[in-house]
Design a protein around this ligand. Structure first.
Ligand code: PGA
Length: 252
């Protein structure tokens, strides 16, 4: 089975509603001329821009950047999966390293969110990755194994096979220090192997695994050409229409 290639832009806390509109107008007219069934494109805008992005987007899947694991309740400032579902959102990033480091997100809370998303038939994009300190101490694989084992606890294989994973070494995010294609391929292959160990080979072959961390037009092709890397989760370089177009052109 051939896996689809996938590029998702994570806008973080960038772009107003108006800027989101402008981006989608440009990208829609670009995609109208460049079609191919073999890839998935996505954008994860801020909560406020989700609805306008969803309404304007034709070919691009729209993902939230986070969600809460409870159905509703006294959680000031939070957004539930049902609220996302109501506006037609089917994907959500979980466990981004910025959420893990600034908002005390843990693999345990990620696990609750992943369960909630599947309960509502949504697809999690689960981010894993080691910090610089863990990298320097040679603890990359240990760290990622634990993030996978805890994050996927009690998630059945029928759900896991639909998941998207993102390997994002924390030391490469927004730093311009992208991991080499060899490192990225090695860790993405490791993630696939761990899914095989936790589930089975069939499931491991189905999951999509992206690399993320300082991906840009000049280096994205290196990653897309690796056998265990199915795509890229891109922060900074997904904000400009021109550089997003350049990156997705690698898929045509
Ligand atoms: P970056 O961010 O491409 O700006 O390094 C990647 C991410 O955080 O997903």
């Amino acid at each position: 089975m051939k896996r689809k290639k996938i590029i998702i832009g994570n806008w973080k806390m960038n772009k107003t509603i108006q800027e989101t509109q402008k981006f989608f107008e440009t990208i829609n007219s670009f995609l109208a001329k460049n079609k191919n069934e073999d890839y998935l494109l996505g954008i994860a805008p801020s909560y406020l821009s989700l609805q306008v992005a969803k309404n304007l987007s034709k070919e691009v899947l729209i993902a939230a950047q986070n969600c809460h694991y409870e159905e509703n309740g006294a959680f000031t400032g939070e957004v539930s999966v049902t609220m996302l579902q109501e506006i037609g959102i089917h994907y959500c990033i979980i466990g981004h390293s910025e959420r893990r480091s600034y908002y005390q997100e843990t693999s345990e809370s990620c696990n609750l969110k992943i369960k909630k998303l599947f309960e509502k038939k949504m697809i999690p994009i689960y981010c894993v990755g080691e910090t610089l300190q863990q990298y320097e101490q040679g603890m990359t694989k240990e760290t990622i194994y634990s993030q996978l084992e805890i994050g996927l606890q009690s998630i059945p294989k029928e759900d896991v096979e639909k998941m998207i994973f993102a390997y994002e070494p924390v030391w490469s995010i927004g730093t311009g220090k992208n991991a080499s294609k060899e490192i990225a391929e090695d860790i993405c292959a490791f993630i696939r192997l761990m899914i095989e160990n936790l589930y089975d080979q069939e499931t491991a072959k189905k999951v999509l695994i992206q690399y993320g961390g300082s991906v840009k037009p000049s280096n994205i092709a290196e990653y897309l050409n690796q056998s265990n890397i199915d795509g890229a989760l891109v922060g900074g370089a997904s904000l400009k229409e021109e550089s997003f177009k350049e990156m997705i052109s690698e898929l045509f």
